[in-house]
Design a protein around this ligand. Structure first.
Ligand code: AMP
Length: 357
């Protein structure tokens, strides 16, 4: 079903957050209309889309009507249930597809995929109970991180294990959900690759980006990442291998740890546009959002070239966004706000990008 969209067609987007909002804005810039499907009535993406459906991802009648109203479906949120995608796939092209999402939703599956492609990861083990945890800790050692296998983001569903005294609390924090134990990586920096893969297997990546987190939430991204050419080319090749193996269509983000010794370890695959790619809105010839639209529409991928020596993106978390007026007055700053009704601590409210040199 390699159907190509044409201007005037409707693109369906599952998820109504800021990523959906920015995809819809890019789609509109290329003459598509957007239909957002999201469970929350106050979704920021609704503001910029022609049509909306407020319904649960389990509502098959609503999904069927949505499929009927659009020419293709994409997603901005990786925790859309795979069943919803499988259901939609029978009715309309869904890009990326359910099988790619199934891997990217599951930390064990994504690490196993990476290892099967010869890519390095932190040591890991599947954990269902206290006996598994004890056996895995005996091999992997402490410090380690226990994470729920699914539905974690921004550090949610994670517990660090530094001493034997932490084991029980860490397991309890998983609330009985299947988990993964990972050896704690003492990394020099975290980097990501945001890249697109088209219908025909064409692949285009933006510059490898350096990401700094605060309280488990992305704080700052800098492109290009200050890494060696070898680290950059390893991360880019790894991302391409993952996208090819998943038969991926659209933009994906792959997060890596770079160790002091220059090893590049795959941490996570995000089957969507990625926060660390927001700098491309003003800082690259094609933004990641336009690139995603091009890929899912079956159109040629755009040029990913960076437009300045260095591009920095800062997330505006919670009350950071209260400084919007000063940011607007700063000629170097390019401000994007997500139109969220309520400011909450830890909530991504917007971001600011600066091009240098
Ligand atoms: P994740 O949800 O897996 O992306 O983890 C969120 C953040 O926690 C990462 O960006 C790292 O800063 C940190 N983290 C996660 N796993 C590890 C690990 N195995 N070793 C060191 N830091 C980690």
């Amino acid at each position: 079903m390699a159907t190509q969209l044409k201007p005037g067609d409707a693109l369906g987007i599952l998820g109504g957050g800021q990523l959906g909002r920015m995809i819809a804005q890019a789609a509109s810039g290329l003459g598509l209309t957007c239909h957002i499907f999201a469970p929350e009535a106050d979704s920021p993406a609704f503001e910029v889309a022609a049509r909306r459906t407020v319904a649960s991802y389990a509502d098959t009648a609503a999904l069927a009507a949505f499929a009927d109203a659009v020419e293709a479906v994409t997603l901005e949120f990786e925790n859309v249930p795979v069943e919803a995608l499988t259901f939609l796939e029978r009715l309309v092209p869904v890009r990326p597809g359910a099988s790619a999402l199934a891997v990217a939703q599951d930390r064990l599956a994504e690490k196993r995929l990476a290892n099967s492609l010869g890519l390095k990861t932190a040591p890991f083990a599947a954990i269902a109970n206290a006996a598994d945890l004890a056996a895995a800790l005996a091999v992997i050692g402490r410090p380690a991180v226990l994470k729920t296998n699914r539905f974690g983001y921004d550090g949610k569903g994670q517990a660090k294990i530094l001493t034997p005294g932490d084991d029980i609390a860490a397991l309890a924090a998983m609330r009985g959900q299947p988990a993964i134990l990972e050896g704690f990586v003492s990394f020099e920096r975290e980097v990501s690759v945001v890249a697109a893969r088209g219908f025909d297997g064409a692949f285009a990546a933006f510059d490898v980006t350096w990401n700094e987190h605060r309280d488990h939430i992305l704080h700052r991204s800098l492109a290009p990442a200050p890494v060696t050419d070898k680290v950059a080319s390893t991360a880019l090749a790894a991302s391409r291998a993952i996208a090819d193996a998943l038969g991926y269509i659209g933009v994906l983000g792959v997060e890596f740890f770079v160790t002091d010794g220059g090893e590049v370890l795959v941490n996570e695959i995000a089957p969507r546009v990625h926060n660390s790619g927001h700098w491309t809105l003003e800082g690259a010839l094609t933004s990641q959002f336009e690139q995603h639209v091009r890929a899912v529409a079956g159109w040629p991928l755009g040029d990913t070239r960076r437009l300045s020596h260095e591009v920095e993106m800062l997330n505006l978390i919670g009350a950071d966004a209260d400084g919007w007026l000063e940011l607007l007055a700063d000629p170097q700053a390019r401000l994007t706000l997500y139109g969220k009704a309520e400011t909450r601590p830890g909530r991504k409210m917007g971001h600011v990008t600066r091009l240098r040199g």
